[in-house]
Design a binder for this molecule. Sequence first.
Ligand code: TXA
Ligand code: MG
Length: 348
Amino acid sequence: MKTKIVNIEALDEAALIDLEAAASLIRAGGTVVFPTETVYGLGADAMNPQAIKKIFAAKGRPDDNPLIVHIAGLDEVKPLVANIPAKAEMLMKVFWPGPLTIIMEKAVTIPTEVTGGLNTVGVRFPDHPIAQAFIKMARCPIAAPSANRSGRPSPTQGKHVLEDLDGRVDGMILSSDAELGLESTVIDMTVEPPVVLRPGDITLAELREVLGDVEVSSNVTQNVVPEKVSSPGMKYTHYSPKGELVVVKGAPEEIREKITRALSHHKGKPMTIGVLASDETMDFYREGFILSLGSRNDPKEMSKNLFSRLRTFDELGVERIYAEDIPLNNETLALINRLYKAAGYAFI
Ligand code: TXA
Ligand code: MG
């Protein structure tokens, strides 16, 4: 199929015409990629099961993995859910529009294709002017996963979307790079205390400030505390670059030594090697492709860059990537969660 691609930076008159055309593709049951503040999304009419099936086909996504439903106004939540828990309403007031997906009991009208057969639905009101205008113009809630081929790093730039989905979707709205670079925080509000299923830019500390007690899914804690990983050798395919990614752990000097030693082992051998370092440490390494994730003092910058750096290693043809480990704290939980998943929990 030929994908209709438009570039929109600002919501001027020409942009509104392009947006209207993209919205009409959605109303006709098609698929359209659109920008959000987290990552690009691949959208379709959430109330149209045939349209939803096209999302799964374009991504190559297993059909039991539920999609997030995107809205562009607080009044759009009610028709999607069986009820709005009081605490969920508090979250909406504080964090919406923004990078927070709230899981609630679903309304019977939501197709099971959207929720992967679950009786809950994740709802998100993105904080992005183009996303909001697009959803409004479509006049329907928009189900959208990240706009990558299943298993690949989520797309934070227009070129990533083109790489993965050109020719596989009906339309694309391309724009500036995603501001945050990691997907939204997902919180399950159907249980008490609420449980964070996926960490993101809205941190655990921020959620606890509003809700009091909040738990973190064991899937996430197992992620970041390697001793707890049940089967470290297990082959996950989340967010993965084409090269083999390994996270290097230890005190800062130990990390440098381990990577330097690994690089010297590879010297003179045909394998292409890369290092995912930081602004503060990148000059230390002398072999291979060295990329910085950003400053160690700026977790937001590092988060914004992670997925695009993984794709850059692919472009460079890097076959093995050594990534420096990142110290765990409230601000780095989401970043570490994605990095470890991308590495399939391979550590040295
Ligand atoms: O930032 C984001 O959330 C982006 C942008 C496009 O909004 N979307 C995104 O969607 O990351 P996706 O499909 O790549 O990730 C959705 C995550 C998945 O891990 C899915 O399992 C979980 O949310 N999820 C969705 N609905 C759920 C539900 N009802 N119960 C539990 N988990 C759910
Ligand atoms: Mg995704």
